[in-house]
Design a protein. Structure first.
Length: 112
């Protein structure tokens, strides 16, 4: 699932997907324990249901981009996702600024 498909889902489905990704990639137990969802899954999903859509999208982007298991708490995961998001925005803004201001000589500008 990509971010466009994720953004079209209802809020409860978004929290379901983020909770599943979190349990699979950031916990030791995983999503399925003894053929059933992990007992913490419903607590995590309930907490995510009370979050804004933008936060869920941010967590989804971060969780889909990490390759290996990264054991962490939900709050530290949120902090990591926020840090990554701010770094991406800073890099995008600096690249855009460099494109907007190209060097030109003063004579070309006056005659141009």
């Amino acid at each position: 699932m990509n971010i466009e498909e994720f953004s079209k889902l209802p809020h409860k489905k978004k929290s379901w997907h983020v909770a599943k990704l979190y349990l699979n990639k950031c916990t030791v137990k995983g999503f399925i324990v003894n053929g059933k969802p992990n007992a913490d899954f419903f607590k995590i999903q309930n907490w995510l249901n009370h979050n804004e859509e933008g936060n869920l999208a941010l967590l989804f982007r971060y969780l889909t981009n990490i390759e290996d298991k990264e054991i962490c708490t939900l709050s530290s995961l949120f902090d990591k996702a926020m840090n990554l998001s701010s770094k991406v925005h800073i890099n995008a803004n600096s690249a855009q600024t460099a494109k907007q201001y190209e060097r030109k000589s003063v004579e070309e500008w006056l005659n141009g």
